[in-house]
Design a protein around this ligand. Structure first.
Ligand code: SF4
Ligand code: SF4
Length: 443
């Protein structure tokens, strides 16, 4: 089938060959599990346990702290050892619950028992997703139950499974396409029950022919599910980009995908939905890619949420050379970290360890007006003008130029021959403008 795409974007080397052929290996935690309360976008979760409490595998240990929030379930049985701040992947400290693993894996009653989703109403399915604490597992961490509760009168035409996995290096979704395609199809059928008029489409980049074939096999004979190959291009898996590529519909910062008749769910998240609804297993584990040229054996691990990232690096054989740069996520949108003493969260897709920090000695020079950043921007913005407005602190101009539409993809910085830090400046200014607007709204 013809591969669809969007205008703009860049073509970084994907380096997925490092870990793509490594089957997923299940790993249990040796040390304590640390559950951050802000693993998602929105209000932090509120702890439901105290130090000294015994908790069970699958037990809700923190509840959603607001409408846009998510609960947290324990990935092991054991005893609560601490409720205190812990460093997260942004380098900030956030409240966390630390559980000492008793290695018994005693689960809450009903854990893993099959459930007939066909007999459940849409509201019951959404509640099951909320109870399981499911959030977007592709990186953004938006609470999935909130995404599925569309406003009355809004008709959803497309449920899009975002299986583009366009960030270089990351292969966790790809492995799941090969290893659990039936569960992905089950997750899609469950979502199509919520949206009876919708079609379910798996959008996969065409650099994953085996993934496409695997999903086509489970969609065979279905009138409502199909696979749409997408061109390999970054950021093909951006929400707005995948919606446009598959449906031709446009979404901007003032809209939700539902306003364009779409619901978009990441591939790992779809499998988490199948586990939660049809098997009564909350989101307590995920697949994480450990890769990069510093890692001895790049791998994909199925790990409990809350495990320390250092344990994953050790399981991948450790390092040939101490990495100069460690990134949580992919090289384009991930967060550089200074320690591996960071717990894996629901949205930790990758730990990228690089021998050399290629950006460390790059000094920006004057703009040569080549226009490359304009062609690369998937939002059709003028990154150089936005950076100029940012540098002048001209927030009105920044907004007039559409700066709030920036999705922070980094294409402009990546393509710029003068090594100008375009996306970094634009993203900071956007954050500032949005924070000021929020303050103004609160007055
Ligand atoms: S970071 Fe923003 S301005 Fe730069 S290419 Fe991406 S969307 Fe465009
Ligand atoms: S890509 Fe860089 S050098 Fe070229 S126009 Fe944009 S900012 Fe200037």
């Amino acid at each position: 089938m013809f591969a669809k795409t969007f205008k703009g974007g860049v073509h970084p080397r994907d380096r997925k060959e490092l870990s793509a052929d490594s089957p997923t290996v299940r790993l249990e935690a040796k040390g304590d599990l640390v559950f951050l309360m802000n693993q998602h976008i929105g209000a932090p979760a509120k702890p439901l346990v105290n130090v000294g409490d015994r908790v069970l595998l699958g037990q809700k240990i923190a509840e959603a702290g607001g409408f846009v929030s998510a609960s947290v379930c324990s990935s092991v049985s054991g005893t609560v050892k601490a409720l205190n701040p812990h460093v997260n992947q942004s380098g900030d400290e956030a409240l966390a619950i630390t559980v000492g693993n008793d290695n018994e894996y005693e689960a809450v009653p009903g854990f893993g028992e099959p459930r007939d989703y066909e007999k459940m109403s849409a509201d019951e399915i959404i509640q099951a997703v909320a109870d399981a604490g499911i959030t977007g597992m592709g990186g953004a961490g938006f609470p999935t139950a909130v995404k599925l509760k569309v406003k009355d009168g809004v008709k959803i035409d497309y449920v899009i499974c975002n299986a583009a996995e366009c960030e270089p290096y990351i292969t966790c979704d790809y492995r799941l396409m090969l290893e659990r395609p039936e569960d992905a199809a089950l997750g899609m059928k469950i979502l199509l029950k919520i949206f009876p008029g919708a079609k379910g489409i798996f959008g996969v980049e065409d650099n994953k022919p085996l993934g496409i074939a695997s999903l086509e096999k489970v969609c065979e004979g279905s009138e409502r599910m199909s696979v749409q190959p997408l061109k390999k291009k970054y950021p093909q898996g951006g929400e707005r980009m995948i919606i446009y590529a598959i449906t031709g519909r446009k979404v901007n910062s003032k809209m939700l995908p539902a306003d364009a008749g779409c619901v978009v769910v990441n591939f790992s998240t779809l499998i988490a939905i199948a586990d939660a609804v049809a098997k009564n297993i909350p989101l307590v584990r995920r697949v994480v890619t450990v890769t990069g040229d510093a890692v001895r054996s790049p791998s994909n691990f199925d790990v409990p949420i809350g495990i320390c990232a250092q344990e994953l690096a050790d399981a991948a054989g450790g390092f040939d050379t101490d990495p100069e740069k460690i990134v949580f996520g992919g090289p384009m949108m991930g967060a550089a970290v200074y320690t591996l003493d960071i717990p894996i969260t629901k949205s930790s897709s990758c730990i990228l360890c690089l021998k050399n920090d290629e950006t460390k000695n790059t000094e920006p020079t004057e703009c040569i007006r080549c226009g490359k950043c304009l062609y690369a921007c998937p939002e059709h913005l003028m990154p150089i003008e936005l950076k100029n407005a940012s540098d002048r602190l001209d927030y009105k101009k920044f907004e007039d130029l559409g700066g709030l539409e920036c999705i922070g993809c980094g294409c402009c910085t990546y393509i710029c021959p003068a090594k100008r830090r375009l996306s970094q400046s634009i993203t900071m200014t956007k954050r500032y403008v949005l924070a000021e607007k929020k303050k103004g709204a609160g007055k």
